[in-house]
Write a protein that binds this ligand. Structure first.
Ligand SMILES: [Zn+2]
Length: 297
């Protein structure tokens, strides 16, 4: 990651022009940054002397960086880190604190499986999901279950899986979870690589469908996220929106039928399932995916 490229192996000076991180900054002043890592939305900067800077950006936090000289401190500047070559500024984070190894271990223990990490344990997340009556949508957004799955991905993977977002976690089978996890992992990795979030299959891109590209500062080409009332890209049904677990849920009532509705029967011998009842266009298999996760009901 960028902070590692800029600062790893370098001695840094840390301060808090705003004053809210003065004590923590003093602990880090003059130390060498050994390595950085991300756990979900938590960023860890490991320094020599077994001290770790923990940052969670939250909704309003942001980093900026550049080459020296260091610009004048302007506004609410929580933390500033400066090496001989580069500077880093942090504003508006939810968390900015120095942790010792015990507190780092405690933080890791609270975090769920992170799809972006190769050492993630999706089985642990499944154990939580399988034991819960909460909606799968809420569980995907619970940072102690899955770390780093934001609102866009939670909405989109459930659409791509054809899953009812209100289905209770305990109704999600292992096979279904494994496919959800793999899909989430692939989408999130692609998002990081491309710097934008696209979740539509090749068959549903603007080019393939000969439609205008989506214009939205929150993401690229998606199926349901922030598309209420617009036609589903797969079946044409109006995308629905509703609050769930205090977050904005978007779904296609036809492609993601309620858990109580009978599932469309699989065609014997077929590699893919037919589309949901009421589907007016090609089923999702047209998108080039072999089937989709099913509820274990
Ligand atoms: Zn649909």
């Amino acid at each position: 990651m960028r902070h590692r490229e800029l600062f790893a192996g370098r001695r840094v000076e840390v301060d808090s022009p705003q004053g809210r991180f003065t004590a923590g900054a003093a602990l880090l002043w003059g130390r060498t940054l050994r390595d950085t890592e991300a756990c979900g939305k938590h960023l860890l900067h490991h320094f020599d002397g077994d001290l770790t800077l923990h940052v969670h950006l939250g909704l309003y936090g942001r980093f900026s960086d550049g080459a020296v000289p260091v610009p004048e401190a302007v506004g609410q500047l929580r933390m500033r880190m400066v090496s001989a070559r580069h500077w880093l500024e942090l504003r508006g984070p939810t968390a900015c604190e120095v942790l010792d190894p015990m507190l780092v271990a405690a933080l890791r223990g609270r975090l769920g499986a992170d799809p972006l990490r190769d050492d993630a344990e999706p089985a642990a997340a499944f154990a939580r999901i399988a034991g819960s009556t909460k909606p799968i949508f809420a569980l995907l957004l619970d940072q102690t279950v899955v770390a780093g799955c934001g609102l866009i991905y939670a909405n989109e993977v459930l659409f791509r899986a054809g899953l009812d977002p209100t289905a209770p976690g305990r109704g999600i089978g292992r096979e279904c979870w494994d496919q959800l996890w793999d899909d989430l992992r692939a989408l999130m990795k692609e998002g990081v690589a491309k710097g934008r979030i696209d979740t539509v299959h090749t068959a549903h891109t603007p080019e393939a469908m000969q439609r205008a590209p989506r214009v939205d500062r929150h993401g690229g080409e998606v199926y349901v996220y922030r598309r209420p009332g617009q036609p589903c890209l797969v079946c044409g049904t109006a995308i629905a929106r509703g609050p769930l677990a205090g977050r904005n849920l978007y779904w296609c009532p036809a492609c993601q039928p309620a858990a109580t509705a009978p599932a469309a029967p699989a065609t014997p011998g077929a590699r893919t399932r037919p589309g949901p009842a009421g589907s007016r266009t090609a089923p999702r298999s047209a998108a080039g995916r072999a089937g989709r996760p099913r509820r274990s009901s």
